[in-house]
Design a protein. Sequence first.
Length: 202
Amino acid sequence: MRTNILIVDDDPAVLDALRLDLEREHEVTTATNAARALELLESKPAGSFHVVVTDMRMPDDGNEEDPEAGLKVVRAARRHDSLIQIIVLTGYDEVGNAVKSMQAGAFTYVGKGAEQEDSDLLKLQIARAARYRARLQASKEAFRMVEIAQERMRGVVAQAEDCAALLGTFVREWSVRLPDVNVTIDESAPETTASGDDYHGE
């Protein structure tokens, strides 16, 4: 299954490079700022995006640089979808905000650079995030199946209790209606025993 990735970065060159590098294996959607990313997230049902890759420092609606723009994306994405995994791209001077993003629910952060090892690390973290999300989803579905089984079992138990109560009522009512039956044995009656004459052989 191909991973649906939302990439958020205000640099068109970075967006193009990441899209070309990732779309061979994944479904990729891009956004140039946090506001556009939030629009895309809210316009689609939860589960539409599996992984979000977002820059930390981006311009806001007024084109002023917001050092915590990526943090806003993290918080909004987590509110929208509890299973979504977010990877934050950060410079070496933004580690403090990257730590904040992880505290807000990001999966991890990756240094933002043009080196091949940075690209390879990002691909590795995307794969790890996708696997982690899949495990969370499987656990959630398994838990829901257990809840459904418990609900059905409670229904069976309730029906059994109703049947037992109905049977108890039936027994009580008929025990009142039926007369007492006394059985006596006449001890003066002669006992009947079988003798050999009662049997005829050939």
